[in-house]
Write a protein that binds this ligand. Sequence first.
Ligand code: PLP
Length: 380
Amino acid sequence: MAKVAVKEKMAKLHDSKIVPMVDLKTQFQFIKEEISQVISEILESGQFILGPKVSEFERRVADYHRVSEAVGVASGTDAIHLSLKAMDISDGDEVITTPFTFFATVEAILYTGAIPVFVDIEDDTFDIDANQIEEKITDRTKAILPVHLFGHMADMDRITKIARRHGLKLIEDCAQSFGARINSRKAGSFGDTGCFSFYPSKNLGGYGDGGIITIKDKEIADKLRRLRNHGSKSSYIHEDVGFNSRLDEIQAGILLVKLKYIEEYNIARRKKAHLYTKLLSDKVRCPVEKEGIYHIYHQYTIRSNKRDVIQKRLMDEGISSVVYYPVPLHLQDALRFLGYKKGDLPVAEKTSREVLSLPIYPELEESIIEKIAEIIRSVI
Ligand SMILES: Cc1ncc(COP(=O)(O)O)c(C=O)c1O
């Protein structure tokens, strides 16, 4: 589409005056023709389930992560659930994870009958504290499930060593970290599997639900291919009791288009994040980038004991912001049966009271970041 036409459309969208957390409509204007073309191609082909776009997308994602295989599934939640199933994690097993993540991480563990065991988080990165993992390992521990929250990777060097030392499986929740890395090694290439979500608002998002699993081991990959498709490798022959959890052909086509731009999108996110940090770091706690970490800022999350006042002022000025996450998982009503109480995981609890995620997306204008920073500065 001509640049002028895109600009006009964007101006119209911006007339709505509300600054959203993500702006998928603007992003779409830049890739509209490619998306329309790929969707039309799929519609013409008549192949909608496990067709060539899914295979091509799987190959490209595996190559991007330098792992041998990738298996497309229906969601990020399923990516974690099926990974755990493929590694035979089941009733009564324990899986060590973080209490400061989206609920789905823990739902996936519970679907298998295993018990999530929470380890508190680091005060600066929001990720699981690798220093505290070993003390939670018991005879029943089968896996560690770190989450690279907001796009900043957990301490995978240490976590990988701990998993190896104790013979545990390692499953990375990469739902918020497509393209994040430690030095040159990408999220999803450290564990036995890496689990990605393509929920539309993710930094690589589809136009519906979707997910993918990156895998090193061929046997696990084969099992995952069966599990996502009713336990079947060839039609009507079933080796396992599986699921209907396939990545949709149309989503794969859309994601193939967006994958071409993911590095560009992540670079733009980093640039916006660094501007926020420059404008805000003397007033609130800004996200950190630990040594060697390439943060992709799926979220830009500040911390302040004036969080609620800041959010109210932003709202008054038409600026969206979200508290990810207001209640750590160990204190959620749905998980009361696990027996945790207030005070058990103090860093996660304090973090929940202080965090506020600000709008961040590749197309976010710098003038809006400046305005947001000005409002926040005026509150403090
Ligand atoms: C950290 C984390 N894990 C898992 C998921 C689940 O992904 P999905 O919504 O694709 O099932 C999400 C996102 O929604 C997430 O943010």
